[in-house]
Write a protein that binds this ligand. Structure first.
Ligand SMILES: [Zn+2]
Ligand SMILES: [Zn+2]
Length: 300
């Protein structure tokens, strides 16, 4: 059996987090807030300058929890990976690996009413992040600009498109946010699974990013920066601004005749690309998807 470089996942703890009722986080030192619509949020101030966010609601329930160690990689099966895997990572594993962050846990994300919207704090965070996405790329929503893109690309992350998640609702905090992919698949279904081996290298890369950038403030001004996800990328393509690293990368990945699907990253030629708008009620941006993802797609 080939030796795998797995991070020290604590599967017992992970399963407890996956099955935990939201209110049980109060016992772990979180402050509960019940909002007008009855949905809740939980916050824990760890005295950190970075905010980690995850959502407690999920499309399916925690019917099963199974870890399978194959000869070449380890897989985790659970219908609540989205986003309980994120909850486990930010409340347990990453703090043990030296990542210091305050934690906000939300509800309502899956129905487009994330309670992140109501989160208020006096604190000024350097940046915020979550792990609420399949695959290995990262998405920035409205927080995309040259500075943060460059910082991510320098650490080897590929930047994709996303519709929305909790951090999209947190522009009022005055910092930028990143949603990192956590290597899960079929995440809104009972078949949901994650590749724990790939996740280990993704998290190592995250820790590298955190170490380099934890003291850096990525300023975001909701008033002047607005919601500019796609226009920013397109304007870079159109105007060919002088940004050596970023432009080479963006030419390679996003030029119109050499495109990658925003969801599965497969290369597609321009004839096969669709502009996809998610569920009407939550439609914020367009994504370019391959045929397969377009016709079987769900939005995250
Ligand atoms: Zn999610
Ligand atoms: Zn989801």
């Amino acid at each position: 059996m080939k030796k795998q470089n797995l991070l020290p996942y604590n599967y017992k703890k992970m399963e407890r987090v996956f099955r935990a009722k939201p209110e049980s986080f109060v016992q772990k030192g979180f402050t509960e807030t019940v909002h007008e619509d009855g949905l809740r949020s939980y916050f824990k101030d760890n005295g950190a300058d970075i905010l980690a966010v995850a959502h407690l609601d999920s499309v399916e329930g925690p019917e099963h929890f199974k870890v399978v160690h194959l000869s070449h990689r380890s897989l985790l099966f659970s219908p609540v990976l989205d986003d309980r895997l994120g909850v486990y990572l930010i409340t347990d594993l990453l703090p043990k690996l030296g990542v210091e962050c305050d934690v906000l846990l939300t509800e309502g994300e899956e129905v487009g009413k994330s309670t992140a919207e109501h989160f208020e704090t006096e604190k000024k965070y350097n940046w915020m992040f979550q792990f609420d996405r399949g695959g290995y790329d990262v998405v920035l929503y409205q927080y995309e600009n040259d500075e943060i893109c460059t910082s991510l690309i320098q650490c080897g992350f590929e930047i994709g498109f996303g519709a929305f998640s909790d951090i999209s609702y947190l522009g009022h905090l005055g910092c930028r946010g990143i949603n990192f992919g956590v290597c899960y698949n079929d995440y809104h279904s009972l078949d949901a699974w994650a590749d724990l081996t790939r996740l280990s290298s993704q998290l190592e890369r995250f820790i590298f990013y955190y170490t380099l950038n934890k003291e850096r403030h990525f300023l975001y001004d909701e008033g002047t920066d607005g919601y500019s996800t796609n226009s920013h990328r397109y304007s870079l393509i159109d105007t060919h601004q002088d940004l050596p690293g970023y432009l080479n990368w963006i030419d390679e990945v996003y030029s119109y005749d050499h495109y990658r699907c925003a969801r599965c990253s497969v290369e597609v030629n321009s004839q096969l690309i669709y502009d996809y708008c998610g569920d009407e009620a939550f439609c914020m941006i367009e994504e370019r998807l391959c045929e397969n993802c377009y016709f079987g797609s769900e939005n995250e």
